[in-house]
Design a protein around this ligand. Structure first.
Ligand SMILES: *[C@@H]1O[C@H](CO)[C@@H](O)[C@H](O)[C@H]1NC(C)=O
Length: 420
């Protein structure tokens, strides 16, 4: 069987800034059926349905008591034939459940292939988790389906907050809506041009002079989780008070590249060079996220490797601080990484890191978009965010990393050889 190059370099950086008290479920990856199992239904699609049901209802009873649950519609995944060869699929299926009360409800999923229900029992409980998770679902006949997903509780931001942060508070709620469809619809409204666009300063630094002399700020190097990164940026933005409207985007881009190369050099990976095509693709996608999507979503189809970052505040920290923080936010996923081991789906937890240090990637392009929060109409955006600015960072890599094979990982993700 020919080895397929799968687009497994999509990662969700779901740090939603947001709207109402809802739960959002993103399916990031799942194992597909084998060739012999899909004969006659190759053109059908995988489908996912999510329900919030009373905790006292057992999995087996759910199917006959759906009136007691809040369920999403059927969200379409990949076409079945795309699983032939290597039964592993990447794509995002996003559902949103409103009014989910974690005290009294739990979350279940049902998976179908066309009209055929794959899961047995139909509905199976999946844990709520604010970080990336995997579950093994039981399927007929007697096998397992691996499902990688994220649930996010999305809460109203309080007016006056300077920064959107992912909340750890328990979500509360009750009505179910389908985020995926809303999302698609709003994404399709291309004609709705944003009212305000902020022009950014032209390059103040020639591209040739920006590298190597940047020092590593040990404070940023010590940030070991996303919340720490966010709080740090929050505190720095209050001190630096850079105006988003006239932010030095070119310096930020240059320094993101430089920090990538410093971090890469610690892992036996050569420096990446800036590629104008990647840069313009990155910019295009950053604008798409900023003006239309309003959520961190990977570009499809995925031609390049891609890492995403998002931050919002009234002011911004200086470009150097932000550039290292962006790079560190990718790098921190490598904490505890086992360089002599590999398991499928590992990209899901460590993909930003492995793409960052991936040896075979040689080119990079950074796209940045800064918008005023209230110019964006999106299901992920709060309306109570006047005076807030959102910065979207899209980093494209070529050749793409995270090629799903053990040897590729062992070759391309090398242990640290020199310290920072
Ligand atoms: C890393 O993986 C190898 C191979 O599976 C294993 O022998 C080793 O114990 C692991 N190391 C750590 C620190 O987990």
């Amino acid at each position: 069987m020919a080895m397929m190059k799968l687009s497994l370099f999509l990662f969700f950086f779901l740090i939603f800034y947001i709207a109402a008290d809802t739960i959002e479920i993103t399916v990031n990856q799942y194992t597909g059926l084998k060739r012999r199992e899909i004969r006659g239904i190759e053109n059908k699609f995988y489908q996912f349905q999510f329900c919030a049901c009373p905790k006292k209802l057992t999995d087996r009873l759910v199917a006959n008591n759906l009136q007691k649950c809040d369920c999403s519609g059927f969200e379409r995944g990949k076409q079945l034939r795309e699983s032939i060869g290597i039964a592993k699929l990447s794509n995002s299926v996003i559902s949103k459940i409103a009014n989910f009360d974690e005290e009294t409800s739990r979350l279940l999923v049902k998976v179908l292939a066309g009209d055929r229900t794959l899961t047995w029992p139909d509905f199976q409980t999946i844990p709520m988790s604010n970080s990336k998770s995997e579950v093994l679902l039981t399927t007929l006949p007697n096998s397992k389906m691996r499902l990688a997903y994220t649930t996010n509780s999305i809460q109203k931001s309080t007016p006056g907050d300077n920064i959107p942060v992912m909340t750890n508070e328990k979500p509360k709620l009750s009505k179910l809506s389908t985020f995926f469809k809303t999302f698609r619809k709003s994404g399709a409204k291309k004609e709705e041009e944003p009212k305000q666009k902020y022009e950014v300063k032209a390059a103040p630094t020639p591209v040739t002079t920006f590298s190597s002399s940047l020092e590593i700020n040990p404070e940023i190097r010590r940030l070991s989780n996303m919340n720490a990164v966010k709080s740090y940026l929050f505190s720095r933005s209050r001190v630096d008070k850079n105006e988003p409207v006239s932010y030095d985007v070119q310096s930020l881009k240059n320094m993101i590249v430089s920090y990538h190369n410093i971090y890469r050099s610690k892992h036996s990976a050569l420096a990446l060079s800036v590629d104008p095509v990647l840069e313009s693709r990155g910019k295009r996608w950053a604008d798409e996220l900023a003006y239309h999507k309003g959520c961190l979503i990977h570009e499809q189809p995925r031609v390049y490797g891609e890492n995403l970052f998002f931050f919002g505040a009234r002011h911004l920290p200086n470009p150097k601080t932000l550039a290292q923080a962006v790079t560190q936010s990718f790098y921190l996923e490598g904490i505890g990484y086992n360089y002599s081991n590999w398991r499928p789906f590992s990209y899901f937890k460590t993909g930003h890191f492995t793409q960052l240090v991936w040896k075979k990637s040689t080119r990079i392009g950074v796209g940045i978009s800064i918008v005023k929060a209230n110019t964006v109409r999106s299901p992920c955006m709060s309306t109570s965010s006047n005076n807030m600015y959102l910065i979207w960072v899209v980093v494209k890599y070529d050749p793409a990393g995270n090629f799903e094979s053990k040897n590729e990982y062992l070759d391309n993700v090398r242990p640290m050889t020199s310290s920072f």
